[in-house]
Design a protein around this ligand. Structure first.
Ligand code: ATP
Length: 330
């Protein structure tokens, strides 16, 4: 895989250039009170989701939370049992004919005819669109150069996955849905996929992806929606979620047995302090520059040299664990 550009070699694609400025803040996916049942099982239970134009939204959640069902409903493959779904202002089921050419879809299961050759499939798909990406560049970019004449069923799992991704984006859609795009890929292919998503974003394309990799969400997402038990537990930028979700931690070492009661009097309400091991201290709460200054000043007044002072910011992983009670596992 190399860094070949995907941009169309033709002089300029006015669609790509004009899309970006005026659509950034529009909501291109709007889900309200979505309910989806499979028999007795309620897979999605009153879910609300907004996706802003030109952004990457990562949908995270434990296994069985309802992510795929939600995405497939937005793609028009499943009919809601309740609530409303609008994609690019259209009803994904009733307006499917108008919507399909404008969106790219990468299904978890591939959704590709297994007897067709990889290169032909991609070229054929590109021809169905007015402003496709450069096919050769896309093939090279995703490391599919050696697979052009290979039928889909003979490709490895990772190659099938990369081909499905290529098929989803080759038509230069306005909006692309990627269901676990990097599951099972090696690190190099995963990076290439991330670069591709970033490049699509720079071109004004909106991406909605589900993932089991927290790092993927941290690397790519403007917005993260955490789904739990068929509902959105929280949605916001990674920074907002980390700021609002959990406390941060300040650690330092000093002489054992410091009077933490007197330290706590100097700190804001809601702050906790503990000596976790003799001489090792942990302060938890809203750790901001002011709190750091108060701690170091208290140390100075008490003749304590705080060694190894460090601040641990809460990560998306912490927020996810707090909200769902589960770890996100590939
Ligand atoms: P995962 O992370 O494991 O892919 P998910 O968050 O995408 O999970 P869904 O695949 O949407 O979750 O499934 C939500 C719930 O609905 C699960 O309990 C699943 O077993 C159930 N489910 C999904 N598809 C069907 C189906 N076709 N028939 C019956 N139950 C289904």
């Amino acid at each position: 895989m190399n860094s070949t550009t995907l941009r169309d070699p033709r002089p300029e694609d006015p669609r790509a250039l004009s899309r970006l400025p005026d659509m950034r803040e529009e909501s291109v996916v709007q889900v309200r009170g979505l309910v989806k049942r499979y028999g007795d099982k309620t897979a999605v239970d009153g879910l609300d989701l907004d996706v802003r134009a030109g952004t990457v939204t990562a949908v995270l959640g434990p296994n069985g939370a309802g992510k795929t069902t939600t995405i497939e409903t937005c793609e028009g493959y499943r009919r809601p049992d309740g609530g409303t779904v609008r994609v690019l202002g259209l009803d994904p089921v009733a307006d499917a004919a108008a919507l399909r050419p404008r969106i790219g879809v990468m299904l978890q299961s591939g959704g590709v005819y297994s007897g067709a050759r990889a290169g032909e499939m991609l070229r054929h798909t590109a021809k169905l669109h007015a402003h496709p990406l450069d096919v050769d560049a896309l093939i090279e970019r995703l490391g599919l150069g050696s697979c052009g004449r290979t039928t889909y069923r003979r490709l490895s799992g990772g190659q099938q996955q990369r081909l499905a991704l290529a098929m989803a984006v080759v038509g230069r859609p306005e909006l692309v849905f990627l269901d676990e795009p990097t599951a099972g890929l090696d690190p190099q292919a995963r990076r290439a996929t991330w670069d591709l998503v970033r490049e699509l974003r720079a071109d004004g394309v909106t991406t909605v992806l589900t993932t089991h990799f927290m790092q993927e969400a941290e690397e790519l997402a403007d917005d993260v929606a955490i789904v739990d038990a068929g509902r959105i537990a929280v949605q916001g930028s990674p920074e907002e979620l980390c700021r609002g979700g959990a406390e941060n931690t300040l650690r330092f070492t000093g002489r054992p047995g410091l009077d933490l009661g007197s330290l706590l009097k100097a700190l804001p309400d809601g702050t906790a302090a503990a000596e976790t091991l003799p001489g090792t201290y942990r302060i938890t709460g809203d750790v901001d520059p002011q709190l750091l200054a108060t701690v170091t000043s208290w140390c100075a007044q008490n003749g304590v040299m705080p060694d190894g002072i460090s601040v641990e910011r809460h990560t998306l992983e912490d927020v996810f664990l707090e909200l769902t009670g589960k770890e996100l596992r590939p």
